[in-house]
Every structure is written in structure tokens, then in C-alpha cells.
Design a protein around this ligand. Structure first.
Ligand code: PBG
Length: 327
């Protein structure tokens, strides 16, 4: 059957008909809001390249978490900004660290709001790499695993509902699973940043977390943006090590991989709409070049359509309001 018998425009005639045949509906309860919690901030500190996002002291983070819960978001994802950095990133597993204190405060005040914690060393190391260094300046994969496992366990002890390793070391999911299990956290799920690419779109995040590598770049551990089959292999390896959910990051240029990883793993898949993707939309909207609300709803819905069960985005609060009004 083809034109003129078949006319695709029939079902686009009215808003009601378009609603009737809409295939994908993004809801607030699939959106996760990332938060930067700082040990040094006494009031919220704006992040220049991410208008509307701030580094928060623990109390303010709790306040934003409360808004997130009221908006019906799926949860918050915590990143820490420590007072002191050193070569091993020891502040990452400090029981009094900003992530640990915030996780505890949120679980006490808002027990129903899922708290996901980012597990990585780059915000905590003085050299800004995601693992410890050997004498020659390369990242020592195997020596890093124990530190990541220690960090994840400290998050679980503090109350984190889900831990999310973002370092891209080989074997970290297995190491974290073993450590969590040995400490009695066998029910704490792991959301693995499985296909995380060495991307130009993390720039604003590195301003927010002061985590730009002091030398070199992350291409010896994060993936080459040209590789799709490898992304699927990474995800399958994480599944074999015990990942409960897998992630593709960044999101906008990687829709093909969200779909491919979803098909290959059959696990819940998260897509991370990263800082640079947020900054581009905000900048274009501020310049009057695009309609922010329409662009954000289109972007986030397209990630869900591509196969993301969970969408992590700095737009999450605005999007929750906009999606609710659209429904
Ligand atoms: C830590 C981490 C990064 C992001 C999430 N976890 C930075 C990086 O890998 O350089 C980026 C998030 C964003 O850009 O929004 N490894």
C-alpha cells in the first residue's frame, strides 16, 4: 500500500491523534539530576560554563535533592569536590567527604529518593587522572582497582543506593562487586559507565569539578569516539563482571550505541547527557538561536527513543516541569 491510498499525514492531523500514536513518552521518573557537592563551598558557587548549575555545600545539595524528589525525578547523581587533592585521591573514600555526607543527609531526609554516586578518582587526584600513576606518568590499572572498590564501599556505607564507576579501568566492576559483597552490600546495584568516550563534551564538567588532567589526556582509558563494536564489548564485559545497569556517555552523538548496547545486553541502559551538551543548548538558547524548552524535550525524548531507560541530565529539573505541562 502506498500513496495515494496510504497517507502518513492522516495521523498527524490533530494533537489528539498525534498523542494517540506517540511511541515514546519520557517521564520525570526516568530523569536523573547530577549534583556537584563541595567540601569548600559555603554557599552555592556558580559554574561559568554551565549556567544554572552550581557547586553546592551539603545543606544546599539536600535542598536541591528535595526539589528533585518533589518534581518526581528518578534520583540524583553525586559528584564530589574535595578540599584537598593528592596523588592517590584519598579524599575519595573519606567518610566525611562531601559525597558521603550528602548521601547520608539525603537518605535520612528523603529515604525514597534514589542516590547514585559517581565512583572515580579524577576529582580527588592532584594530577586529575582517573587512576593512580606509575613512575612514568601512565595510569596503573590494577593498582587503581582497590582504591575504586574502597571508594564505592564508602559510598554504600554512607547510604548510596547505587554506585556508578566512571573511571574506565578494566576490571573495576568486578572489583567493586567483590568489595561491596564482602562488606554486606550485596544488594547495592552497580551502574557501570561502560561505554564512556574520550570526549570534547566533558569540558564544562572539568571546570565544575576542577578535574582537568594536569598533563596528557584520557585517551589511554576512555574510548575512541570512532568505535562502536568496542562499546558493545565494553558493556558485555561489565555485564560479565556483575553490572546491573550500563551507561553510554556522552549521549547526543551516540544514539546508535545506546540502541546497540540495549540490544546486546538486555540490561537497563542509561544515557548521560553531559556537561558540554548542556552548555551548548544553554548558550544557543541564551543567544536566542533555539527554543530551549522544545530543544531539551526533543533531545531527552530522543535518548529515550534510542533505548535509554534512564536519562541523566543537568536539564532534569526543567525537563520534569516541561514534560508535566505537556502531558
Ligand atoms: C569522572 C567523570 C567525568 C564526567 C562524569 N564522570 C569527567 C571526565 O571523565 O573527564 C563527565 C560528566 C559531564 O561532562 O557532564 N571521570
Amino acid at each position: 500500500m502506498a500513496f495515494p491510498t496510504m497517507r502518513m499525514r492522516r495521523l498527524r492531523t490533530t494533537a489528539a491523534l498525534r498523542g494517540l500514536v506517540r511511541e515514546t513518552e519520557l517521564r520525570a521518573d526516568r530523569l536523573v539530576l547530577p549534583l556537584f557537592v563541595s567540601e569548600t563551598a559555603s554557599t552555592p558557587e556558580p559554574i561559568q560554563s554551565m549556567p544554572g548549575v552550581e557547586r553546592l555545600p551539603v545543606g544546599a545539595a539536600l535542598q536541591v535533592a528535595r526539589e528533585a524528589a518533589e518534581l518526581g525525578l528518578a534520583g540524583v547523581l553525586l559528584f564530589g569536590v574535595p578540599a584537598e587533592k593528592d596523588s592517590e585521591g584519598t579524599a575519595a573514600w573519606d567518610e566525611q567527604g562531601a559525597v558521603q555526607l550528602t548521601a547520608g543527609a539525603i537518605k535520612e531526609a528523603l529515604p525514597g529518593l534514589p542516590v547514585i554516586t559517581d565512583v572515580c578518582l579524577c576529582e580527588y587526584t592532584d594530577h586529575g587522572h582517573c587512576g593512580v600513576l606509575r613512575g612514568d606518568g601512565t595510569v596503573d590499572n590494577d593498582a587503581t582497582l582497590e582504591l575504586l572498590a574502597r571508594t564505592a564501599a564508602s559510598h554504600a556505607r554512607a547510604g548510596a543506593d547505587v554506585v556508578a564507576p566512571s573511571d574506565m579501568m578494566d576490571g573495576r566492576v568486578g572489583a567493586i562487586r567483590a568489595e561491596l559483597d564482602s562488606e554486606g552490600f550485596s544488594d547495592t546495584p552497580i551502574l557501570a559507565y561502560s561505554a564512556k568516550f574520550a570526549s570534547a563534551f566533558y569540558g564544562p564538567f572539568r571546570e565544575a569539578a576542577a578535574s582537568t588532567p594536569a598533563f596528557g589526556d584520557r585517551r589511554s582509558y576512555q574510548m575512541d569516539p570512532a568505535n562502536g563494536r568496542e562499546a558493545v564489548r565494553e558493556a558485555l564485559l561489565d555485564v560479565a563482571e556483575g553490572a546491573d545497569m550500563v551507561m553510554v556517555k556522552p549521549a547526543l552523538a551516540y544514539g546508535d550505541l545506546i540502541s546497540a548496547v540495549k540490544r546486546a545486553t538486555r540490561l537497563p541502559v542509561a544515557a548521560y547527557n553531559v556537561s558540554g551538551e548542556y552548555a551548548m543548548v544553554r548558550a544557543a538558547a541564551a543567544a536566542g538561536y533555539i527554543d530551549e524548552r522544545a530543544a531539551v524535550c526533543e533531545i531527552l525524548t530522543s535518548l529515550h527513543r534510542a533505548g535509554a531507560d534512564i536519562v541523566i541530565s543537568y536539564h532534569a529539573k526543567d525537563a520534569a516541569r516541561w514534560l508535566a505541562r505537556e502531558a
